[in-house]
Every structure is written in C-alpha cells, then in structure tokens.
Design a protein around this ligand. Structure first.
Ligand code: IMP
Length: 208
C-alpha cells in the first residue's frame, strides 16, 4: 500500500477547465510537492452531468467521472450561494438560477427583490464550497468551506464574479466584490475547503 502511494505521489488532477479557478487552486496547493494539472493539461475531456441535490453529491459526481481516466489523485469542487430566507436557494442551482444565460446583474437584483422587507439577521447567507477527492485506492474524501455574510440592500463592488456584489461580510463592512483578490482568496469558501483537503491528503501521504 505504502509503495503504491509513493508511486502515485506527485500528481493531482483538478477537475476544472476554468483558468481563474486553477490559478487559485495552484496558489493554495503551492509547495505541496505535487504537480497540479487542470483537466486540459491532463488530456482529459469529460463533462459530467451535475444532477446532485447537494454540493457534496455534485463534487463526488465530478471526481467519479474523471477516475477512470487517470491514476492520479482527482479533486473537484462544487460551490454556490445559500440564502437562508429563501430556504437556502439558489444553492446547488447557483449557476443555473434564472437560467445560465441570465446576467448576474439580474440574478443579484432578483435575490435582493425577494428579500424586500426582510431585515437584519434574517438576511443571512453564505458561500459554500465542497471539495471532493477521489484517491487511487478508491476512497472518496470531502471537505467543506464557507464564508458567512448577509445579503446587501444594493449590489456593491466590481471585483470577483457571480453573486459577490450582494454578499456583505459584516466583520469587514464590505461585499466580497469589494475585497482585493488576495484578501478574498484568504477567506474564501474555496480556499478554506482546499486547505482542509490539503491537510487530509498530507495526513495520508499523498502530498506535503
Ligand atoms: P461552480 O462551483 O464553479 O459551478 O460555481 C457555482 C456558482 O456559484 C457560480 O457560477 C456562482 O454563481 C456561484 N459562486 C460560487 N462561488 C462564488 C464566489 O466566490 N463568488 C460569487 N459567486 C460564486
């Protein structure tokens, strides 16, 4: 078993073709002693249908779809925005909310509209990211990271993407679209989940 792990140590495939996400992933995994490859760099072309109802299910669907194509550790993420007052919507449907092609300006306005008359703590929301790992021995691991916030009354800020302009982090007094990229990476849901995954992989001897 140990020999197999040593043989395989050195390569992690992250299941995304999004270069922005890969940049963040490489930053967080830097110095881990593994070469971190995107799907394109690994020469894998698979598009799994994300039909799960939880972030965990979707992240696991993605790593399982890649497993047959490589012996490396495979990582994938699934993320989204949960708004408590909306029963945690849009949740796993964050990218699909109001249709894939609808602009985030409209999606953000609609969320603010659905919360009209709702004040204070009832506006609570969070970004969630789950990272799944498929290990070469068949084991599946998951980690989860969040950033807690409240839905702002108006969109604010031009940084980030997606729902960033409406998620206000009370301790910082800023939306996540008003944070510098490094600051957002430091506290991001994806960063937290990925750092936890790095720890788990380190404990199992897959990276340092
Ligand atoms: P995916 O996990 O890359 O498919 O992202 C799902 C969706 O969640 C994105 O398209 C965004 O709508 C939303 N989302 C996830 N993370 C963030 C974030 O950091 N800021 C803003 N929106 C996010």
């Amino acid at each position: 078993m140990k020999e197999r792990i040593t043989d395989l140590k050195g390569r992690i495939v992250f299941a995304t073709s999004n270069e922005g996400k890969m940049k963040e992933v490489r930053m967080i995994l830097s110095g881990c002693g593994c070469e971190v490859l995107s799907l394109r760099e690994a020469g894998i072309d698979v598009d799994a249908e994300e039909n799960g109802t939880t972030f965990e299910e979707n992240a696991i669907i993605k790593v399982k779809a890649i497993r047959p194509f490589t012996d490396a550790v495979v990582l994938a993420d699934d993320s989204g925005l949960e708004v408590d007052y909306l029963d945690k919507a849009p949740g796993v449907y964050s990218a699909r909310f109001m249709g894939h092609d609808t602009s985030y300006e409209l999606k953000n306005r609609e969320i603010i509209r659905r919360l009209s008359g709702v004040e204070g703590e009832e506006r609570s929301a969070r970004f969630v990211c789950v990272i799944a790992a498929s290990l070469p021995d068949g084991r599946i691991l998951t980690t989860r990271g969040t950033i807690e916030g409240v839905i702002a009354h108006e969109p604010s800020g031009t940084g980030g993407f997606g729902y960033d302009p409406i998620v206000l982090v009370p301790e910082l007094g800023k939306t996540t679209a008003e944070l510098e990229a490094e600051e957002k990476n430091r506290i991001s849901h994806r960063g937290k989940a990925l750092r936890q995954m790095r720890e788990k992989l380190r404990a199992l001897g897959y990276c340092s």
